[in-house]
Design a protein around this ligand. Structure first.
Ligand SMILES: Nc1ncnc2c1ncn2[C@@H]1O[C@H](COP(=O)(O)OP(=O)(O)OP(=O)(O)O)[C@@H](O)[C@H]1O
Ligand SMILES: [Mg+2]
Length: 143
């Protein structure tokens, strides 16, 4: 992954989230992992959609809650979008074949990454999303 500025970013509207998503997309290389953590509705899927846009993926990104992972092949680098909300832990993530995907030719974005934190690469980009003051405000802490 290319260098990304770490720290807290106030996301004052979806446009700011889009800007962050496009920045992350530019930094991604095959094998990279973006670990998204944050309560329901804080914008994990929205941010993933903007990352996908930045990679050149035209298909609309929807949350793969029931399938756990959705693969997008059309971008600058292929994207694996995981939503592991329903999983009990990292063994269950490995059971769905994640070991073959994460770290391979895909860049991986993982919603609810804290559930499987123990198997994620140490150099994963951790983005912690939370609510801001206003309805359209979110905050990203990038670690
Ligand atoms: N600044 C913002 N950035 C991102 N999304 C925003 C922002 N302001 C409002 N929203 C809205 O917040 C909602 C975020 O929903 P999203 O599905 O992305 O959250 P999520 O974290 O993936 O939720 P879940 O835990 O259910 O997967 C969307 O309806 C989006 O339009
Ligand atoms: Mg989501």
């Amino acid at each position: 992954m290319k260098e990304i500025k770490k720290g807290i970013v106030e996301l004052e509207g979806r446009g700011a989230t889009r800007k962050l998503g496009l920045e992350i997309a530019n930094a991604l290389e095959p094998g990279d992992v973006v670990a998204l953590v944050g309560e329901l509705g804080t914008g994990k899927t929205a941010l993933t959609g903007y990352i996908a846009e930045g990679l050149g993926i035209k298909e609309e990104v929807v949350s793969p809650t029931f399938t756990i992972v959705k693969l997008y092949e059309e971008g600058r680098i292929p994207l694996a979008h995981f939503d592991i909300y329903r999983l009990g832990g990292s063994e269950e993530l490995l059971d769905v074949g994640a070991g073959e995907i994460i770290g391979g030719r895909y860049a991986s974005v993982i919603e609810w990454a804290d559930i499987a934190a123990d198997i994620l690469p140490a150099d994963s980009l951790l983005v912690h999303l939370s609510y801001g003051e206003g309805e359209d405000e979110r905050r990203a802490e990038i670690l």
